[in-house]
Design a protein around this ligand. Structure first.
Ligand SMILES: Cc1cc2nc3c(=O)[nH]c(=O)nc-3n(C[C@H](O)[C@H](O)[C@H](O)COP(=O)(O)OP(=O)(O)OC[C@H]3O[C@@H](n4cnc5c(N)ncnc54)[C@H](O)[C@@H]3O)c2cc1C
Ligand code: FES
Ligand code: FES
Length: 1271
C-alpha cells in the first residue's frame, strides 16, 4: 500500500523498514523492535552497551551525552563530522550517519590526543562529564579542521562540568588549536583518521565509500506509532495524505524536544534529508532552505555577506553563533526554531526576532508544487497543518540600512535569552541620521504577543534618530509600550521592560559615537570576553616525590576514554527490573489515595508500591536511633502527611527504565487539606513558633549599645543545588548471601544499615559497593539512602536485581540543597571601624527536617578571620515545606565568611574607609598569617595600581563600571571522621593494593592515597592500585564529606604502610640489600602478614584541627544597561601546607571557586508559592556556570614554604575552602555598583543586593532607569 503513495514510484521501491547507520565503524540496523522515542543515548547505552556516553539532563543542556556524527547533508558533496547531543536524537533518525562514540576515539590500546591532552592537563575530576568534553573536542579537530584558540573556547558552551571549574579543560584543548603558541602546537587531525579509520581492505585511511548508506525513504510501524523518513517533497505530501487526522511531528534535528516535549504524537516524519528544504539560492533573492541547520545557515550567511546588499548578514551570523550550543546548532534547524515559536509564542526565538527585523519572508509549501509567501508574523497566524516551511528569503538591503541585534542571557553561553532584540533602520543618506522609513524594532522574550515596538516605530518614522528630544520621546514611548508577560521561572516584568529599553538605548549609543557624550559611549558595546588565560604558581619538594609531585589523576585516561564504570554503567543482569520514584507535586496536605490506572497501562509496568506496602518495615532512611546526626526520621515513602513537593510517595517497578519513569509521572495522587505552603522563613517567624528551633549557643556579650556608630541590616542568601553530574543511582542485587548494593553514595554505612532494616536481614548480609561516584559535593551523603531503601524493597519483593537511576527533575526536586539563610544584624563600632558589639539573628531554612543541619556545630563553623569579641549570635532553624536541606560544599564557613565580610564592607561604607582597613582592624591576628598573605597577594595582583585604574575607568564611563575587592579567609578544619585503609602487598610480584573506606568522587582521593603509599613504601606509583570501596574492607566507615577524606584516608594508608614496613624490618635485617620483591618473598616465606589496616579518627595523636588561610582579589566589569557581568581577573592565594598532590589541590581550589561563582552569581532557586514546587527543576532553568563564566584571567597561587605541622604529611585540605572565597566576586560587583549608584543619583549608603547577583539583581541594584538615557 505504501508504494502507491508515491507518484514517481522510485523512492517507494527503495523504501526501507529499518534505519541503518554505523557506530564506531560497525553497521547497525534498527527496526520496529526499537520504540520511536528511543534516543540515541539510550540505544548506545542499553542496546549496544556503549556506556561511555553519559546521561544527565536528557534535554540537550549538559553535554554529557555528546557523540560525533558524520553526516551527509542534503546537497553537500562531502560528509561533515559534527558533535550532537545524543539524548535528543531519536535513534531512527540516524539513518545514513556514521557515529563515533567515546569508545571509538581511543582506549587503553591507544589513546587519542583529545584524550591524553585532557588527562595531562588535569581536566578531569569525577570524570562523569569527561566523555562529553572529549567528544566535543574530537568533533572540532575532525575532518582536518584546525580551530583557533578562540574557536575552541567558544565551543564548550555545550558542556557543564561541576568539578573542574573548566580552566584546565580549556587550557588542554587550546593547546591543540592552530594558533596555540609553541611548544604546545601539535600535529593533530590526521591522527584522528589514523586511529580508527584505517581501511581493513586497503590499509589506507578510510574513504568512507564501503559504508556509504544512501538516504532512503523509511517506514517503520511500531504499533500505534510510526516512524517515516521521506527524502522527497512528493513523499512528504503523500505521507500527509495518508496519515489522516493522526497527530504528527516533523523531525529535523529534534532538538526542540529539549525545550518542549511533544505530547501524543503518533506519526514522526523525518524530513531532514529532503534536498529542497536545504537548498540555497543566491539570485534573484538570497534564499536559504528552512531545514538548514543553524551551523550551516551561519556558514551560508557569512558566505553571502560579501554580496551586494547583504553585508547585514554578518550581524545575523554573529548573533546566531550564540544560539544554544554547538551540538544543538549542528542539527537544530531554522524551520524547527520557527515552528517552536509558532507552537509556543512565548519562546524567545532569536531566529524569529532577527528574521522579522530584517523583513525576511518564509516560503511555505502547501502542496508539492504550491506555496505561499508569508511574513514572519503572518506565519504565526497561518494554519500550518500538513504544510511545511520551505525556505527563508532575505531581502537585499543597501548601505543606508543598519542592523544591530542583541540578546541577554543568564550566563555567557548556551541559555535562552531573558530578552533579545533586533533593530533595523534606514537613513536618508550616509551622512544623516534622518530615518527614511519607520524603523523595525523587534523584541523577543517580552511576551507571547509582543513582536514590534509599533508605537515607537511610528513615532520615529521620518525623525532624526540622534536628536536629543526625539531620543527622550522614543525612550519614553518604548517604555510605555513594552509590557512583558509574567514568566515562571524567569525574570521580573520590570527588569525585562527596562532591559528592552536599555538595549534600544545601547543601539542608539552605538550609531555614531562622535555624536555621543564620551561618558556614555562604552554603553554601546556589549561586554566582550577576551580569550582566557591562567597562571598556576606553586613550588614542590622533589626530595619527597612521589609525594607532593604534580601528577595527573591516576584515573584520568580511563575517564577520558569512558572506560571507567559508574553505577548505571554496570551491565544489566538477566531479568533485572527498573524502578522510578513517584513524587508529590504538592508540599502540604494529606495523601488520600492513588489512582494507578494510567500508570498501570504503560507497557512494561509491573507494580507500584507506597508506604502502605512497607508493612512493618521501619519507614525511614534517616534512622535517628542508629545515627545521632539525624534528629528526624524522614520517611522513605510519605505515609500521609506531605512535607514538601518532590517527596517520594512510592516506587514504580517496570521491565525497563523508560516505562518506569513514564508510569511514575502518571500516578495520580489525591490530596486533601492542601494549604498554602510555608516557604519563607520570615513569614514563619512572624506566624508561628512551632516551626522554629532556637539552637546553638546563645553567646553572652557585653553589648556596648552606646557605640559611636551602629548599623542594622539583613543578609539573605538562597539555596544551591549540588548539581553532581551523575544523578543518584542505585542497583540492588539479591544473592545467596543477602544483597549487593551498588550505590552512588558518600556514606556506605548508612546505605548498608537502611537496606538491612528495609529488607530485614542483618547488616552482614548487605554489601555496599562504591567504586566511585560522579560528583557528590555533600548531596550524596544521606539522600542516596532513599534509593537504597526503595530499590532494596523492590529487589526483595521481586527477588530480582532492581536498578533505580533518577532523572534530573526527580533528582533536583527530591534531594537536599544548600541551606538558605537570612541573617538580621545590628553592629556597633567606634570611629576607627572596630566592632564593639554585634547582635546577629540567623534564620536558617532547614527544609522539612532538621537533619544534617550545621546549626548544632554552629559556633565552630559560622566563623571567619575576624575577632568575634562582643558578638551575640543566635541561630534559628526554621522548618519549611521544602525538601530537607543539607550540606553542600563548605556548609557553615561559606555563609559565615560571606556574612562577616558583609559586615566589614558595611562598616567601611558607613565610615567612608577602605574595606581592607576595616577588615585588618577587626582581624584576629594571633597565629594568623593573613596580614602577610594579603600583602603578598596585593603585590602579586598589582592591587593598588589596578584599584586606581578601576576608579579612573568608573569616572569616565557611565554605563560600564568596574569593581575590585579583597576577601580574606580563615577556614576551620575539624577532625571528625572514622576512616580505614587496608593495604596488601602481593607476594607474587610485590605490587600493592589499597582498599579504603573513603569515596572517590572527583576530589583526587585515590591519587593522593597512591602518592602517599608510594612515598612511604618507596615504590613507583604504578605498583599501587586502589580497589573499590565496600562495606567489607571498609566496614563502619563514616561519611565521605567535610574535606577530611583525602587527609583521613591518606593518614590511614600511611599508617598501614608503616605497619607493613615495621613487619618487614626484621626480615630485611636478615638480608643484604634486598630488592623489594626479594624482601616481600622472604617475608611471605616467613609468614609475615602482608596485609595491614589502620583506622583514622580524631584521636590520632599527630593530626589536629587547623585553619586554612586564603586571600582572593577579584576584578569585575558590569554592564549597567543589561546587568551582565564579566569576571576580568581573579588572583587567589591558598595555604595548602605542603600539598600531597599540587595539581589535584589546584583542581579542587579552582573547582570549588567556580562552584561558588554559581552560588553567588546565577544559581537562583525559587519555589511556586501555591504548590511549593521548585521552579528551576530542569537544567534548562537552573543556571550553573559555564566555561565562559569563569575568570578571564585566573591566577592561583599556593602558599609557599609553609608545611602544616598539624596536618597529614604537612598538608592541608583543599576540597571546600576555596568555595568560601568566591564571595569576593560578589563584593567586587557591589563595588562596581557603588559607582553606578552614585552616577544614578542614589544615596551614598550601603545598599542591599538580592542574592544571587543575577543580571536582574545587578541591574536593579545599579538604579539604572530609562529616564537617565540620553546621548
Ligand atoms: C539547549 C537548547 C538551547 C537553545 N537555545 C536557544 C537560543 O538561545 N535561542 C533560540 O532561538 N533557540 C534556542 N534553542 C532552540 C533551537 O534553536 C531549536 O531547538 C532548534 O532550532 C529546533 O530545530 P530542530 O531542527 O531541532 O527542530 P525539531 O525539534 O526537529 O522540530 C521542532 C518543530 O519544528 C517543526 N518543523 C521542523 N521542520 C519544519 C519545517 N520545515 N516546516 C514546518 N515545521 C517544521 C516540527 O514539526 C516540530 O514541531 C535551544 C534549544 C536547546 C535544546
Ligand atoms: S544528557 Fe544530553 S545534554 Fe544532558
Ligand atoms: S569532572 Fe566534570 S562534572 Fe565531574
Amino acid at each position: 500500500m505504501w508504494s502507491s503513495l508515491f507518484s514517481g514510484g522510485s523512492s517507494a521501491e527503495k523504501m526501507l523498514q529499518e534505519s541503518t547507520f554505523t557506530v564506531n565503524g560497525a553497521t547497525v540496523t534498527v527496526g520496529n523492535e526499537v520504540s520511536v522515542t528511543t534516543s540515541l543515548t539510550s540505544y548506545l547505552r542499553e542496546t549496544l552497551k556503549l556506556t561511555g556516553t553519559k546521561l544527565n539532563c536528557d534535554e540537550g543542556t549538559c553535554g554529557a551525552c555528546i557523540v560525533v556524527a558524520k553526516i551527509q547533508r542534503p546537497g553537500a558533496t562531502v560528509k561533515e563530522m559534527v558533535s550532537i547531543n545524543s539524548c535528543l536524537v531519536p535513534v531512527h533518525s540516524c539513518h545514513g550517519w556514521e557515529i563515533t562514540t567515546i569508545e571509538g576515539v581511543g582506549n587503553r590500546l591507544g589513546y587519542h590526543e583529545v584524550q591524553t591532552k585532557l588527562a595531562q592537563n588535569n581536566g578531569t575530576q569525577c570524570g562523569f562529564c569527561t566523555p562529553g568534553f572529549v567528544m566535543n573536542m574530537f568533533s572540532l579537530v575532525s575532518d582536518d579542521k584546525k580551530p583557533t584558540m578562540q574557536q575552541v573556547e567558544d565551543s564548550f558552551g555545550s558542556n557543564i562540568c561541576r568539578c573542574t571549574g573548566y580552566r584546565p579543560i580549556l587550557e588542554a584543548y587550546k593547546e591543540m588549536a592552530s594558533d596555540a603558541p609553541p611548544p604546545h602546537l601539535k600535529k593533530q587531525c590526521a591522527d584522528i583518521e589514523d586511529i580508527f579509520k584505517t581501511c581493513t581492505k586497503t590499509g589506507k585511511p578510510c574513504a568512507g565509500d564501503c559504508k556509504k548508506i544512501e538516504p532512503q525513504s523509511i517506514k517503520i510501524n511500531l504499533g500505534a506509532e510510526s516512524w517515516r523518513k521521506v527524502i522527497k517533497i512528493e513523499d512528504l505530501f503523500a505521507a500527509f495524505a495518508e496519515i489522516g487526522q493522526e497527530k504528527y511531528k516533523l523531525v529535523a534535528g529534534n532538538t526542540g524536544e529539549g525545550i518542549y516535549r511533544s505530547q501524543n504524537v503518533t506519526v514522526y516524519i523525518d524530513i531532514k534529508d529532503i534536498p529542497e528544504l536545504s537548498q540555497v539560492i543566491t539570485t534573484p533573492v538570497f534564499t536559504v532552505g528552512a531545514n538548514k541547520t543553524l551551523t550551516e545557515a551561519i556558514r551560508v550567511l557569512k558566505g553571502q555577506a560579501g554580496a551586494n546588499g547583504y553585508a547585514y548578514l554578518t550581524e545575523i551570523a554573529k548573533h546566531w553563533e550564540d544560539i544554544a550550543s554547538l551540538p544543538i546548532r549542528n542539527i537544530g534547524t531554522l524551520a524547527g526554531n520557527l515552528a517552536l515559536k509558532k507552537e509556543h509564542p512565548d519562546f524567545p526565538s532569536d531566529v524569529f526576532t532577527i528574521l522579522e527585523a530584517v523583513g525576511a519572508q518564509l516560503n511555505i509549501l502547501t502542496g508539492v508544487n504550491t506555496r505561499v509567501k508569508l511574513t514572519l508574523p503572518g506565519f504565526l497566524n497561518y494554519n500550518m497543518s500538513k504544510k511545511v516551511i520551505e525556505s527563508v528569503e532575505f531581502a537585499s538591503l543597501d548601505q543606508t540600512y543598519t542592523l544591530r541585534t542583541f540578546h541577554v542571557l543568564p550566563r555567557s553561553q548556551s541559555f535562552v535569552s531573558h530578552v533579545n532584540a533586533a533593530f533595523l533602520i534606514k537613513v536618508t543618506s550616509a551622512t544623516s541620521w534622518d530615518l527614511a522609513e519607520a524603523p523595525r524594532l523587534v523584541f523577543g522574550g517580552i511576551g507571547a504577543q509582543f513582536i514590534h515596538a509599533s508605537a515607537t516605530e511610528l513615532l520615529l518614522k521620518g525623525k532624526n534618530l540622534l536628536d536629543a528630544a526625539v531620543v527622550t520621546q522614543a525612550i519614553s514611548t518604548l517604555k510605555g509600550e513594552v509590557v512583558p508577560d509574567q514568566v515562571k521561572p524567569g525574570t521580573s516584568t520590570d527588569y525585562r521592560k527596562k532591559l528592552a529599553v536599555g538595549l534600544f538605548y545601547k543601539f542608539l549609543l552605538g550609531l555614531d559615537p562622535d555624536k555621543v557624550n564620551p561618558l556614555y559611549r562604552s554603553g554601546a558595546d556589549i561586554i566582550t570576553r577576551p580569550l582566557s588565560t591562567s597562571t598556576l604558581d606553586y613550588e614542590t619538594n622533589e626530595s619527597v616525590y612521589p609525594l607532593n609531585q604534580p601528577i595527573p589523576k591516576i584515573e584520568a585516561l580511563s575517564q577520558c576514554s569512558g572506560e571507567i564504570e559508574y553505577i548505571n554503567d554496570i551491565p544489566e543482569r538477566p531479568g533485572e527490573l527498573h524502578a522510578a520514584l513517584v513524587l508529590t507535586k504538592q508540599s502540604t496536605g494529606t495523601i488520600e489515595s492513588y489512582d494507578t490506572a494510567a500508570a498501570s497501562g504503560v507497557p512494561g509496568f509491573i507494580a507500584f508500591y507506597s508506604a502502605a506496602d512497607l508493612g512493618d518495615i521501619p519507614n525511614t532512611f534517616t534512622p535517628s536511633s542508629v545515627y545521632p546526626q539525624f534528629l528526624d526520621d524522614e520517611e522513605i515513602f510519605c505515609s500521609g502527611s506531605v512535607k514538601y513537593a518532590g517527596q517520594p510517595v512510592g516506587v514504580i517497578v517496570a521491565s525497563n527504565r523508560a516505562a518506569a519513569v513514564q508510569a511514575a509521572e502518571l500516578i495520580d495522587i489525591k490530596y486533601k487539606n492542601v494549604t498554602k505552603p510555608l516557604l519563607d522563613v520570615m513569614e514563619i517567624v512572624r506566624m508561628t513558633k512551632e516551626r522554629i528551633v532556637v539552637s546553638g549557643k546563645d553567646k553572652e556579650s557585653e553589648q556596648l549599645l552606646k557605640s559611636a556608630h551602629k548599623v542594622q541590616g539583613k543578609f539573605a542568601i538562597g539555596n544551591q543545588y549540588p548539581l553532581y553530574m551523575e544523578n543518584l543511582s542505585c542497583i540492588v542485587v539479591p544473592n545467596e548471601d543477602g544483597f549487593d548494593v551498588y550505590s552512588s553514595t558518600q556514606w556506605m554505612d548508612l546505605d548498608q544499615n537502611v537496606v538491612s532494616r528495609t529488607v530485614g536481614v542483618p547488616a552482614t548480609k548487605v554489601k555496599v559497593h562504591v567504586k566511585r561516584i560522579g560528583g557528590g559535593f555533600g548531596g550524596k551523603q544521606s539522600r542516596s539512602a532513599i534509593l537504597a531503601a526503595a530499590c532494596s524493597f523492590a529487589a526483595k519483593k521481586h527477588n530480582k536485581a532492581v536498578r533505580l537511576i533518577l532523572p534530573f527533575t526527580t533528582n533536583i526536586e527530591t534531594t537536599s540543597k544548600r541551606f538558605a539563610q537570612r541573617n538580621e544584624y545590628e553592629v556597633g563600632f567606634d570611629n576607627s571601624g572596630k566592632i564593639e558589639y554585634a547582635i546577629i539573628n540567623i534564620y536558617q531554612d532547614s527544609g522539612c527536617s532538621r537533619n544534617e543541619s550545621p546549626m548544632g556545630i554552629f559556633n565552630a563553623f559560622f566563623t571567619s578571620c575576624y575577632s568575634l569579641e562582643g558578638y551575640k549570635i543566635q541561630p534559628h532553624e526554621i522548618i519549611t515545606n521544602k525538601a530537607s536541606n543539607g550540606p553542600v560544599r563548605g556548609p557553615g564557613p561559606i555563609e559565615g565568611i560571606a556574612f562577616h565580610d558583609e559586615i566589614m564592607e558595611r562598616i567601611a561604607k558607613t565610615l567612608k574607609k577602605d574595606p581592607l582597613e576595616v577588615k585588618l582592624l577587626n582581624m584576629q591576628t594571633m597565629d594568623s598569617p593573613l596580614p602577610g598573605l594579603i600583602t603578598e597577594l596585593q603585590r602579586k595582583a598589582d592591587y593598588a595600581k589596578r584599584k586606581q585604574e578601576v576608579d579612573a575607568f568608573n569616572q569616565s564611563n557611565r554605563w560600564k563600571k568596574r569593581g575590585i575587592a579583597i576577601t580574606p579567609m580563615k577556614y576551620p578544619f575539624f577532625l571528625w571522621n572514622h576512616l580505614t585503609s587496608t593495604v596488601s602487598i602481593y607476594q607474587g610480584d610485590g605490587s600493592v593494593s589499597i582498599a579504603h573506606g573513603g569515596i572517590e568522587m572527583g576530589q583526587g582521593l585515590n591519587t593522593k592515597v597512591t602518592q602517599v603509599a608510594a612515598h612511604i613504601l618507596g615504590l613507583p606509583i604504578d605498583q599501587i592500585s586502589i580497589k573499590e570501596s565496600n562495606t567489607i574492607t571498609g566496614a563502619n566507615n563514616n561519611i565521605s564529606g567535610g574535606s577530611i577524606i583525602s587527609e583521613g584516608v591518606s593518614y590511614a594508608t600511611m599508617k598501614a604502610c608503616q605497619i607493613l614496613l615495621d613487619r618487614l624490618a626484621p626480615v630485611k635485617a636478615t638480608m643484604e640489600n634486598p630488592t623489594w620483591l626479594q624482601l616481600i618473598r622472604k617475608a611471605y616465606d616467613t609468614n609475615v602478614n602482608l596485609t595491614a589496616q589502620f583506622l583514622f579518627s580524631r584521636d590520632v595523636p599527630d593530626v589536629k584541627n587547623y585553619n586554612i588561610w586564603g586571600v582572593c582579589i577579584s576584578e569585575v566589569e558590569v554592564d549597567l544597561l543589561t546587568g551582565e557581568r564579566m569576571i576580568s581577573r581573579v588572583d587567589l592565594l591558598e595555604d595548602v601546607g605542603q600539598s600531597l598532590s599540587p595539581l589535584i589541590d589546584i583542581g579542587q581550589i579552582e573547582g570549588a571557586f567556580v562552584m561558588g561563582l554559581g552560588y553567588w552569581l546565577s544559581e537562583q532557586m525559587d519555589f511556586d508559592p501555591d504548590s511549593g514546587r521548585l521552579l528551576q527543576n530542569r537544567l534548562w532553568h537552573y543556571v550553573a556556570p559555564g566555561a565562559k563564566d569563569i575568570p578571564v584571567d585566573f591566577r592561583v597561587y599556593l602558599r609557599k614554604n609553609a608545611p602544616n605541622p598539624l596536618g597529614v604529611l604537612g598538608s592541608k585540605t583543599t576540597g571546600e575552602p576555596a568555595i568560601c572565597m568566591s564571595v569576593n566576586v560578589w563584593f567586587a560587583i557591589r563595588n562596581a555598583l557603588e559607582a553606578a549608584r552614585k552616577d544614578a543619583g542614589g544615596q551614598d549608603v550601603y545598599f542591599d543586593m538580592d542574592h544571587p547577583a543575577t543580571n536582574e539583581h545587578i541591574f536593579q541594584a545599579s538604579l539604572t532607569d530609562p529616564s537617565q538615557f540620553r546621548l
